[in-house]
Design a protein around this ligand. Structure first.
Ligand code: BTN
Length: 263
């Protein structure tokens, strides 16, 4: 039986994770919406909402995110940023993606990379997307919602028509089914570990080590989409640094990489 098909079984698995609170939903609209409401209601740091199926899963740029039951992971983790972390709030966007890349390497010897800002790619295809949202009070972030969708096993990858980027599942790339509870557990542990480095330059170094398309020409959603730019790296603030054909450098704060041109 696959893990989230058994909602009673979920408690035994989730109880073993280093979480303050958790909530499992067989079906929900969007775990990010649930987490935002729960954060407003006072959920503590490291509270998790996880669902087996989402009816209105949300992606970046107002796209929809499909979560098929029995084969995907869809969860939202609530973090309460501590004072020293607040200047580094933009870095949190890479935290779950880096955690997944570490897990894929440790458990399956698979190299994954991060398509800026936070998609996880294996062999050029997307296995995970992240939607980070914050709640604010007096210009200070009081909760960070890390919403993560992962194509784990066969059946999790949506139809081609629903995709804005080539996608695959972890099962398809490693050649065997993956236990979603084990995967979730390793990701949560890695997020917890990587968070201890979030204020250090080591975090940016790790992000740069995993950055996809470094030195390659790409198009970005944030600027003229006909303009090609060369990916240089990630800045201290978590922004994308690129260079145009006139070797002029640009720092991109928002947006995403659209198309890839290899030369
Ligand atoms: C993207 O690639 O555009 C981001 C996708 C984020 C999807 C996850 S699934 C769990 C959480 N709940 C949502 O409604 N969205 C995020």
């Amino acid at each position: 039986m696959s893990m989230l098909d058994d909602s009673n079984g979920s408690s035994s698995h989730l109880n073993h994770l280093p979480l303050n609170k958790w909530e499992f939903k067989k079906v929900t609209d969007s775990t990010n919406d649930d987490a935002l409401a729960w954060a407003e209601a006072g959920a503590p740091d490291f509270s998790l909402v996880i669902a087996d199926k989402q009816l209105s899963g949300r992606g970046r740029a107002e796209r929809k995110w499909v979560t098929n039951p029995g084969s995907s992971l869809a969860f939202s983790l609530i973090l309460r940023p501590e004072t020293p972390e607040i200047p580094f709030i933009n870095r949190f966007v890479a935290l779950p993606a880096l955690a997944l890349a570490c897990v894929l390497k440790e458990k399956y010897q698979k190299t994954a990379c991060l398509k800026w800002p936070n998609d996880v790619l294996i062999d050029g295809a997307k296995v995970s997307g992240i939607l980070m949202e914050c709640t604010w009070q007096n210009d200070l972030p009081i909760a960070i919602i890390i919403g993560m969708g992962i194509n784990v096993n066969q059946g999790s990858v949506p139809n081609k028509n629903d995709l804005n980027y080539p996608a695959t599942s972890i099962e398809a790339t490693i050649g065997e089914p993956v236990n979603r509870w084990d995967l979730l557990s390793s990701i949560i542990l890695n997020i917890s570990h990587l968070r201890t480095k979030i204020c250090s330059p080591d975090f940016i170094a790790e992000w740069n080590d995993h950055l996809a398309f470094k030195g390659e020409w790409v198009r970005l959603s944030a600027i003229d989409q006909n303009q090609e730019v060369k990916v240089l790296g990630i800045s201290d603030q978590g922004y994308l640094q690129v260079e145009d054909h006139l070797t002029k450098r640009h720092t991109i704060e928002f947006g995403e990489i659209l198309h890839i041109y290899t030369q």
